[in-house]
Design a protein around this ligand. Structure first.
Ligand code: UDP
Length: 700
């Protein structure tokens, strides 16, 4: 620089562009920066893109009575947090803000009823159409296929035989391939089936064994499980497999009993909340107090009605799930009771599915827009040591939540059902990226008790401030329309203590003085005061946080993805536009510190991507730079559980396992996950698939 511009002179230029890495520029150039459709020349630079997004999302505030100058001031704030790479909204918001394609959200859940089409637009082929419209514009979709009658069941209208949910899923899969989202982003799907479904075994095996790398390649699949089922697994008892066809008489007693049997609803939360509901409404038919019965009583009725196809040992069904997940990574589990127990607006109905990567359990037709804070930007250093810039973080959260809330107003919705559901709860999902690099900067190994403690504390801080912002926004612009101050469920009241997480995973140790001091500010947060404010002033968004995978936006921000450990210290990344060689810049810094930054060493590291086993590396480097497959599964889980405690939606996480791990490890992880109170779980054993749905890295 000095040579070209004169000493110190290059600083006169806007340094923000210099924050972008080579990979960030490649991704932006390939998919994000707008081009003139006729000449195919770029019509914007990265800074112009951030400006476009900031301007567009600030402008909706004019509708709320803000003046031109106030809107301009907000635009500056939005621009600042994005261009400094402290916060980025999800891909559709970056790509589509201010353009003709106006979907700005990444996450959708679409209902699928057991009918070809329905007047309400939620039949099988209605769902297919809805999916195509969402994919076309860059969103990902989740479906619960449990309403569809199993293979071999009767079809009354044609006197034929049903082909079953898995066969319909294949059509959704092919459609996803065909649409390819306008060439910018391939559609991703989550297919869910609940564990009581008569076709569950076919579903479990629909992506493994011979079908691995062949079938349902645009789907992640998850089995929806209940506490009832998990307890039966532990005891090795039988559970019923049920056909949903027998339960399609809405509003009848019959429907209620069998629904209850199907859903294995755990008694404590369901009954208490159903009773609350009764009190409010004076008792709808299916909520009649006298009809509240135990699951076992409901099963007797279901059996009598012929809804139970057969019984199966819960342990052997669970083993099938484990075997398949060990083989191919699918299926994951969704813990349906935990999802609904901790759903703040539980009174709107039961959640049965999530978006593709699991960070958004949503009601039918809901969508959610995400954005993530880049944690490594908040590690600061003075002569007295390192610290976390909590004020800067709180300030960033404030504008990030405001920006995400504006996305709901700026969004162009592909269907009126989606618009209506989304606007009534106004869910937003503020997440994080760069946790691994934050930890490295602070000198804390990812697989340490200190790291888990830091995750727990930072998650709590972010949740507190995001929630506080949402209350302030409600004061200014009103609460989400279906907000009910008394029935709204404050999820912090059910957050498990840090020590509980260590106990379940049998990890020993205590957080050090160092990490306690770093995060001491978090211990002073008063959530009960916040609750009083919520009741008094209202709440703008039914949910405020969500931990997304940040697959692409973390590349743009030049940081590690989400709450994941580093994948490899040097590796080749395959994305739609080509192959990228990556060396982690912090790793390079450390090599320099130890005068090991020569090409020979780097080449050697790139061969495996790791240094954990490399005896020639200094111990500090080996400990601090443990990669995804070197981190023990318990620590992967602990990070997920720590973030989930302070999260009103979901936490996306892949529990990466070494290729030589036996199926018993998957079993242990799945059982522990249930006890830790995460909402879903996915494992991925190294080399078990030739490629993953969204992106993958190859170590070379
Ligand atoms: N998603 C999708 N297609 C993709 C990647 C992501 O539809 O190729 C959706 C999906 O719902 C996922 C969500 O976007 O759960 C968020 O993914 P991620 O955080 O990786 O997206 P980014 O904003 O980083 O592109």
């Amino acid at each position: 620089y000095n040579h070209v511009y004169g000493k110190g002179k290059w600083k006169d230029f806007d340094p923000k562009d210099l924050l972008l890495t080579y990979n960030a520029l490649k991704v932006l150039e390939a998919r994000y920066l707008l081009k003139d459709p006729n000449t195919l020349r770029y019509i914007e630079t990265p800074q112009m893109m951030f400006r476009r997004v900031a301007k567009y999302l600030a402008s909706v505030e004019l509708k709320y009575g803000k003046s031109e100058s106030e809107v301009k001031a907000l635009e500056e704030k939005f621009y600042e947090i994005m261009s400094n790479l402290r916060f980025l909204p999800n891909t559709p918001t970056l790509m589509n803000s201010g353009t003709r394609l106006g979907i700005l959200s990444a996450c959708f859940v679409i209902p699928v009823r057991d009918s070809m089409t329905t007047p309400e637009g939620d039949g099988i082929y209605d769902a297919l159409r809805a999916m195509a419209l969402v994919h076309q514009q860059g969103g990902g979709t989740g479906f619960d296929f449990s309403e569809l009658r199993p293979k071999g069941d009767v079809v009354a209208s044609t006197a034929g035989v049903a082909s079953g949910p898995v066969s319909f899923m294949k059509i959704f899969d092919v459609s996803t391939d065909v649409v390819k989202q306008g060439g910018k982003r391939r559609g991703a799907n989550m297919g869910v089936m609940h564990v009581w479904h008569a076709e569950i075994e076919d579903f479990i095996n629909s992506k493994s064994g011979k079908l691995k790398d062949v079938q349902l390649q645009n789907f992640n699949i998850s089995v929806g499980v209940y506490d009832y089922f998990m307890e039966k697994v532990e005891r090795g008892e039988e559970v019923p497999l049920i056909t949903p066809r027998k339960t399609r008489i809405p509003g009848t007693d019959h429907d209620y009993y069998i629904n209850k049997a199907r859903n294995y609803m755990s008694e404590e939360w369901a009954q208490e909340e159903i009773l609350n509901e009764l009190e409010e409404k004076g008792g709808a038919v299916w909520l009649d107090e006298s009809k509240i019965i135990t699951v076992d009583e409901a099963l007797v009725i279901a059996e009598k009605e012929g809804a139970i196809i057969r019984w199966i040992n819960a342990r052997s069904l669970f083993n099938e799930i484990v075997k398949s997940a060990w083989d191919s990574g699918d299926p994951g589990l969704l813990f349906i009771d935990e999802i609904n127990r901790r759903h703040p607006v539980w009174y709107l109905g039961k959640i049965n599915a999530t978006n593709p990567c699991g960070e958004e359990p949503l009601l039918p037709w809901e969508s959610c827009n995400l954005g993530s804070i880049n944690l490594e930007k908040f590690v600061k250093e003075t002569e007295n040591g390192k610290y976390i810039d909590w004020d800067g973080l709180a300030e960033t959260i404030k504008y990030a939540v405001r920006l995400l809330d504006n996305v709901i107003d700026a969004n162009k919705y592909p269907l009126k059902q989606i618009e209506q559901a989304t606007k009534s709860t106004r869910k937003v999902g503020l997440g994080v990226m760069g946790l691994a690099r934050m930890l490295i900067k602070l000198g804390i190994p990812y697989d340490s008790v200190d790291a888990i403690y830091l995750s727990y504390q930072v998650a709590k801080f972010i949740y507190y401030h995001a929630f506080k912002t949402s209350i302030e926004l409600a004061k200014e612009k009103g609460s989400f329309p279906v907000y009910d101050p008394l029935r709204y469920h404050d999820i912090w009241e059910s957050a498990r203590p840090f020590e509980y997480l260590l106990e379940v995973t049998k990890v020993e140790g205590k957080p050090s003085e160092y990490v306690r001091k770093l995060t001491a500010i978090v211990d002073k947060l008063d959530f009960s005061e916040l609750k009083a404010e919520r009741i008094k002033h209202g709440l703008r968004n039914a949910t405020v946080v969500s931990v997304a995978p940040t697959g692409t936006i973390s590349i743009i921000a030049g940081t590690s993805s989400s709450i994941e450990p580093l994948f490899a210290l040097a590796f080749i990344r395959n994305v739609a536009v080509g192959k990228f060689m990556e060396i982690d810049s912090l790793f390079l810094e450390y090599l320099r510190k130890y005068e090991l930054d020569n090409p020979e060493v780097v080449k050697k590291v790139a061969e495996t991507g790791t240094v954990g086993e490399n005896m020639f590396m200094p111990a500090t480097i080996r400990k601090l730079f443990r990669t995804a497959h070197e981190v023990p599964p318990e620590f992967h889980l602990l990070h997920q559980a720590a973030w989930q405690q302070w999260n009103d939606s979901g936490t996306s996480k892949t529990i990466n396992l070494r290729s030589e791990e036996p199926p018993e490890t998957v079993e242990r992880v799945y059982l522990m996950a249930w006890k830790l109170g995460v909402k879903g779980i996915t494992v991925y054993r190294d080399k078990s698939k030739s490629q993953q749905v969204i992106y993958f890295g190859i170590k070379k």
